[in-house]
Ligand binder design. Structure first.
Ligand SMILES: Cc1ncc(COP(=O)(O)O)c(C=O)c1O
Length: 431
């Protein structure tokens, strides 16, 4: 089968080594703190620390030590406006103007804030449309916002069903955009199967029916380019600790299309006040005329600082090149899995079409929980999602084709020797 670069794809190790030699992004790997005895395939859950992220965090730690409160204006860059400065490097990743995005909060907090904002803008159409495969926190947050706004989630939250339990059909979602729906909130990439939804098509359909639409981009930011502004998406949010490698619990982010900036946020705080008069400390709230208005309190500098270093890598690499390599890696991984693992009952739950694929591949097996443990014991870091999914993310900036080959080789040997049967079927607290 011909590969994207014109060479004949094969299961031979030499093929993987050859692909690494011609990989234009291969030098980025040395910029990350990778354990040489492990292969890290869990960047879709928590990304690896880069030296650049470590440096930008270290800088803020030293500024706190040396400047104390002076860091707000004398830091390099000053801490006051740090989030707004990050928007310049984030803008090309989400396809929006810098003033349409802001780094703040967390995915869950931003879902609360954005849902509250759009609920206050929908008058008679109080139903929110979601899907049954979405990450649980998205649902918890939306349900609680419906309750806070006096609606019963049992009647005002409508859920799109998945036919196979792994993927969604955009046409079925569009059919469910009925007259009572005021807001549609969906994941860009589904966290288990890795399916990438057609954001542009869904946005066009929602707007044609007078519905606001938002996306949780936690599994696409840093892996997939977006054109949120051109597509006209109303709002979006994301985390930065997955493909953007900002560290555990790293700060979140949000996008809000500029046509909504005048509406102002539903959840307000002093950090969203106009910057030039914020410290006048008056009691009348005047929101910034930008996504910055959706900030609530003082920015978490230590969780923002690593992002500054990390984003510099994306500026250098260009998200389109990152996506290109990511697609080649996931294609190769799926090819190897089909060739070498299907006879052991391992199936692929990620869509094969490039336009429907995010940055990870989901493999399914009834014994996934034990196979996942066996992989960890063999030096591969995967992750498991209950009940039957192993997610493998060959992250373009720090994974090579030979890494992918080795992972599938290890997995083949685990299946062949049935060594996974030595592990317990119980899920760990974090899995
Ligand atoms: C799609 C998605 N949304 C939200 C979250 C969690 O959000 P938070 O950063 O607020 O914990 C995750 C975490 O993995 C996720 O995958």
């Amino acid at each position: 089968m011909p590969a994207a670069n014109g060479t004949d794809i094969s299961c031979e190790e030499s093929y993987a080594l050859k692909r690494d030699q011609t990989d234009a992004l291969r030098d980025f790997k040395a910029r990350f703190h990778l354990n040489p005895s492990k292969i890290y395939m869990d960047g879709n859950s928590l990304g690896v620390m880069s030296r650049d992220a470590e440096e930008s965090l270290q800088r803020v730690i030293c500024e706190w030590r040396d400047l104390g409160i002076g860091g707000w204006l004398e830091g390099n860059p000053p801490w006051f406006g740090y989030a707004e400065r990050l928007s310049e490097s984030l803008a090309p990743l989400v396809g929006a103007a810098p003033h349409e995005i802001i780094t703040c909060g967390s995915t869950t907090i931003n879902i609360h804030s954005l849902t509250a904002t759009f609920l206050s803008m929908t008058k008679n159409r109080r139903v929110i449309l979601m899907d049954e495969l979405t990450f649980p926190t998205d649902r918890y947050a939306v349900e609680s916002q419906l309750q806070v706004h006096g609606s019963d989630p049992r009647s005002n939250l409508k859920t799109v069903r998945s036919e196979d339990g792994y993927c969604l059909d955009e046409d079925v979602i569009i059919e469910q955009m009925t007259e009572d729906v005021g807001i549609v909130f969906l994941p860009s990439v589904l966290y288990r199967s890795g399916q990438l939804l057609d954001i542009e098509k869904l946005t066009k359909a929602a707007h044609a029916k007078g519905i606001f639409i938002g996306f949780d981009c936690a599994h696409s930011i840093g892996a997939v380019p977006h054109s949120l502004s051109d597509w006209g998406v109303d709002y979006a949010c994301w985390c930065t600790y997955k493909y953007l490698n900002s560290g555990p619990g790293g700060v979140g982010g949000l996008y809000i299309n500029q046509r909504h900036h005048g509406s102002g946020p539903a959840l307000t705080g002093w950090w969203g006040h106009k910057k030039d008069t914020q410290f006048d400390m008056n009691n009348t709230y005047e929101p910034e005329n930008s996504a910055g208005a959706w900030q609530i309190g003082t920015p978490h500098l230590f969780s923002m600082a690593p992002l500054a270093g990390s984003l510099a890598l994306f500026t250098e690499a260009d998200i389109h090149h990152v996506r290109d390599k990511s697609l080649q890696l996931t294609e190769y991984l799926m090819y190897l899995a089909e060739e070498r693992l299907s006879s052991y009952g391992i199936t692929i739950k990620t869509p094969r079409r490039k336009s429907q694929r995010g940055g990870h591949v989901a493999l399914s097996h009834p014994d996934a929980i034990r196979i996942n443990e066996a992989l960890k014991a063999s030096g591969v870091i995967p992750d498991f999602r209950y009940p039957d999914i192993i997610r493998l993310a060959p992250v373009a900036l720090y994974t090579g084709f030979h890494d992918v080959w080795k992972v599938v080789d290890v997995l083949t040997s685990i299946m062949n020797r049935e060594s996974y049967k030595a592990y317990k079927k119980t899920r760990k607290a974090v899995a």
